[in-house]
Structure formats: structure tokens, C-alpha cells
Design a protein around this ligand. Structure first.
Ligand SMILES: [Zn+2]
Length: 117
């Protein structure tokens, strides 16, 4: 088995790649906003646009994905009037679903251990 040399990118290439990703993401969101229904703002009932699409397993933890990627998209919206950002993904979650899929035992161990003391 041979080892391939690591390809080292110059910072300018990394920066251009990041800018390209941001531009492509903005383009995709524009297309998405033109194609989908967006809910009214939960705060002011104003008009919203698609803001971001994140994986269900993304967390506020420093590693972002301590459980890996779930492959389940969660759509976020941004109000054009008051700029509130929200999702309606969890609006119909039952108490049982919250306990099973979000605030389960693993959550308090891996994602937010400070919460449980
Ligand atoms: Zn609003």
C-alpha cells in the first residue's frame, strides 16, 4: 500500500473555495425560495424566506456532529420583516418524540453534559 502525498492548499485557494460554497448556497436558497411555500413568521406573522438547511444531527456542540450525519434535512426560515430565524420541523413533535430523538440520555452525556449537572 502506498501513501499519497497530502495535498496542501494555499490559504487563497481555501478562501476562494469557501466563497464559492457561500455563493452556491445563496444561489440554491434563491431557487428554493422561488419554488417552495414558506410559513409565516412565528413572531410577527411576516413573510419569510428559506434561510438554511441543516442536518437533523447538527448540534451546538463544538464538534457539530457528535453522532455523525443523519441525512435528514431540517429547513430553517428567516423573517423578512423582523429577521427572526426559525424552523417548523419540530412544531408537531410529541413529548415522546422530544425525549426519544432530542433530549434523550445520550444528549445529556455527549451534547450538553453541563445541563444535567
Ligand atoms: Zn417576523
Amino acid at each position: 500500500m502506498s501513501c499519497l502525498p497530502l495535498r496542501v492548499l494555499k490559504p487563497v485557494f481555501i478562501w476562494r473555495s469557501i466563497l464559492a460554497m457561500i455563493e452556491l448556497r445563496a444561489h440554491a436558497l434563491d431557487l428554493l425560495n422561488a419554488a417552495i411555500f414558506t410559513p409565516a413568521c412565528k413572531i410577527c406573522d411576516g413573510h419569510t424566506v428559506a434561510f438554511d438547511l441543516v442536518d437533523f444531527n447538527k448540534t451546538g456542540h463544538s464538534s457539530k456532529y457528535p453522532y455523525g450525519v443523519a441525512g435528514i434535512p431540517v429547513q430553517y426560515y428567516k423573517c423578512k420583516d423582523c429577521f427572526f430565524i426559525f424552523t417548523d420541523f419540530f412544531d408537531k413533535f410529541t413529548n415522546e418524540q422530544w425525549v426519544n430523538y432530542i433530549y434523550n440520555e445520550e444528549y445529556y452525556v455527549s451534547v450538553d453534559p453541563e445541563y444535567s449537572g
